[in-house]
Design a protein around this ligand. Structure first.
Ligand SMILES: [Zn+2]
Length: 408
């Protein structure tokens, strides 16, 4: 008789990240995988038969811990060039203004990205993706937003799709149309917002390139009125929304996003009580971005305790981008969530698994180890799950498993 599962994973403790027990832990657990999906999970002692009769392959883990594959729900992974030169200039005493006047800042990334081919964008992103894979990431969100014209935004989103096709990773592609004002629209910003809402978004959505939209709501970004127009256009097309909100000042962006049923509001250092209340009411995920907080040497903390008390789900992400967060290690973000924002290790890990999935609308597919979810997981050489938040730069990953298969 044919075994009922393709693979049976044995000899590991499981941090299922379901709610209830700490980490949803199952000591000496077992996972049965069929067609890339978790078909059975529980204590090894409860297996419905002898291991070698249950699956075609038995994979023994020798005391490791298995968690859901990590989910980085906020990155700008696709871009050309980098800003290491500006980083160096600043540390040699140059001001932001001097760098901006010389064509630096986001304008330099936009210029480099516009000049890059699809092949170049994929190749440079693949290099950065290695760090994420080495930290057990199986799902990543990638935003556009360095093209700010239709052709380049399309190329960025195509690069995100291409990465999913060749890299054994789930990718959600987000159209960040309102990221910055392109230089050619400096004196007529209304026309740019029109272009994004009326031409770019409908075209890119029709091509199947847009899983969500995002915007940068800030005094140096876009106003709540401009963002609201963009969100209305997205919702008319059935596209979910996300928002960079309350990073540098309180613009009431999180409340706006929540009122549009946003999957998440991200950054949130300046989030106020009304914003927390709106997020709790609408089930909007709070995405905490440690890399930017660290890199910009911010001191204003997001209201973690109030978010916790209000029951707002908190996700943790790298925000990997060339300007404010050149961070390619999700596990470092998990560590920083504990050291800088005082999350517990369990909260931080939930932020990169269960709540990361929710911030992408993927909570029924990934983010926990449960029957019916994708068999995306990470096998770790650690004695306890808290070690994933504790070590800084330890590389504890033993195996990355995507849709039931061990992948590089
Ligand atoms: Zn961002």
């Amino acid at each position: 008789m044919r075994p009922m599962w393709d693979t049976l994973w044995l000899g590991a403790h499981l941090a299922t990240m379901t709610q209830g027990e700490p980490y949803g832990a199952i000591r000496d657990g077992a996972i049965g995988v069929k067609d890339g999906v978790i078909a059975w999970i529980g204590p090894r002692a409860d297996l419905p038969g002898a291991a070698d009769t249950l699956a075609t392959r038995v994979h023994s883990c020798d005391g490791a811990w298995i968690t859901p594959g990590l989910i980085d729900c906020h990155t700008h992974l696709v871009f050309a060039g980098n800003r290491a030169g500006e980083f160096e200039q600043r540390l040699n005493g140059a001001s932001y203004e001097e760098i901006a006047r010389a064509g630096g800042g986001i304008a330099s990334t936009v210029a480099a990205t516009r000049a890059a081919s699809l092949h170049d964008l994929v190749a440079s992103a693949e290099g950065r993706l290695e760090g994420f894979k080495a930290d057990g990431v199986t799902t990543i969100e990638i935003k556009s937003g360095y093209g700010l014209d239709l052709d380049t935004e399309r190329r960025m989103l195509q690069a995100a799709r291409e990465l999913a096709a060749v890299q054994h990773i789930r990718v959600r592609a987000t159209f960040l149309g309102l990221h910055a004002l392109p230089p050619e629209y400096r004196d007529n910003r209304g026309d740019y917002v029109d272009l994004v809402c009326n031409e770019m978004l409908p075209a890119l959505a029709a091509e199947g390139l847009v899983d969500a939209v995002d915007a940068f709501c800030e005094t140096i970004g876009f106003s709540v009125e401009e963002v609201a127009r963009f969100f209305e256009a997205a919702r008319a097309l059935g596209v979910p929304v996300k928002l960079h909100a309350e990073q540098l000042s309180n613009q009431n962006g999180a409340a706006l996003a929540s009122s549009h049923g946003a999957l998440s509001a991200d950054h949130l250092e300046w989030l106020d009580d009304a914003g927390i209340e709106a997020m709790a009411r609408e089930g909007t995920v709070a995405v905490l971005l440690l890399g930017a907080f660290y890199f910009l040497r911010e001191t204003k903390l997001p209201p973690i305790e109030k978010l916790r008390t209000a029951g707002v789900a908190m996700a943790v992400a790298t925000d990997c981008n060339p300007g404010t967060s050149p961070l390619t290690s999700p596990l470092i973000a998990v560590n920083m969530a504990c050291t800088l924002f005082r999350l517990t290790p369990e909260e931080a890990l939930a932020g990169m698994t269960r709540n990361g999935a929710k911030a992408l609308g993927l909570q029924n597919e990934v983010g926990t180890l449960e029957i019916g979810k994708a068999a995306d997981f990470a096998v770790w050489d650690v004695g306890e799950p808290a070690e994933l938040a504790y070590w800084l730069g330890a590389a504890p990953l033993r195996e990355r498993v995507f849709a039931g298969e061990v992948v590089a």
